[in-house]
Design a protein around this ligand. Structure first.
Ligand code: PEP
Length: 256
């Protein structure tokens, strides 16, 4: 496995002062770890994805920390008559290096389907951003024994045509585990990650499939991070609720 990635999805949380404080706390921990070696620098890459309104503030607060900045969504078009939307070019302009696309909350709240997710991922790539493409089954789909079919189906429809493993991140996020306190067992996560890796190998070749980072997301906390991150084929975590506390986010990073 390459270097893990721990990504925080702040979702629709935080006013400017909250975002600044949280980002400053994370940056300070990074600076302190670099200067004193105690606590140790996490052996993973870190990414935070605040809401659009906090991107500029967080970008400033993270400057020089080595923590990357991402957004939670983008529009597939570069510009134009799309009231209320934000393009990948605008995100790059604000200092983002990553953007989450296809998060289940957008798939469900906004009816986003695979074709749109794929168009967003293509738009992100065109602007030099790394898309974090999310897939995951619902509880009903898992109970019906369709988890692997649903996830690989979403994957087939959501991935951009050109695939460079270092320019794309995947996140397996079972919908039933997001914000619920329920987590996939490490074995369940490994099974789905393995299926994702297999589907990627069939489409893009074994080398590319092995090199891409596949994150697990769904109620990752400091208490369960180590065992989930040790599961085979798990290359990091996409963390929602627990990324809103710098201490929890840091402890998860330390577990990687
Ligand atoms: C998420 O928002 O992607 C997520 C996994 O949330 P949580 O960690 O709160 O379940």
């Amino acid at each position: 496995m390459g270097r893990p990635l721990i990504a925080g999805n702040w979702k629709m949380n935080g006013r400017v002062a909250d975002g600044r404080l949280l980002a400053e706390e994370i940056a300070q921990r990074m600076h302190r770890a670099r200067e004193t070696d105690e606590p140790q620098l996490p052996e993973c890459d870190l990414l935070v994805c605040p809401p659009f309104t906090l991107l500029e503030t967080v970008h400033r607060a993270l400057a020089g920390s080595g923590v990357a900045l991402g957004a939670q969504d983008c529009h597939p078009a570069a510009s134009g008559a799309h009231t209320g939307d934000i393009s990948a070019a605008m995100l790059a302009d604000l200092g983002c290096s990553h953007v989450i696309v296809g998060h289940s909350e957008r798939r469900h709240d906004h009816g986003e389907g695979d074709a749109l997710v794929r168009a967003k991922a293509e738009a992100a790539l065109a602007e030099g951003l790394v898309p974090v493409v999310c897939v995951g089954e619902t509880a009903a789909e898992r109970d019906a024994g369709r988890a692997l079919a649903v996830v690989t189906g979403q994957l087939a429809g959501s991935l951009p045509e050109s695939f460079e493993p270092e320019r794309l991140v995947l996140a397996y996020e079972p919908v039933w585990a997001i914000g619920t306190g329920k987590t996939a067992t490490p074995a369940d996560a490994a099974e789905v990650h393995q299926a994702i890796r297999g589907a990627l190998a069939a489409r893009f070749g074994a080398g590319a499939a092995a090199a891409v980072r596949i994150l697990y997301g769904g109620s990752v906390k400091p208490e369960n991070a180590a065992e989930l991150l040790r599961a085979p084929e798990v290359d990091g975590a996409l963390v929602g609720g627990a990324s809103l506390k710098s201490d929890d986010f840091w402890r998860i990073a330390q577990a990687a």
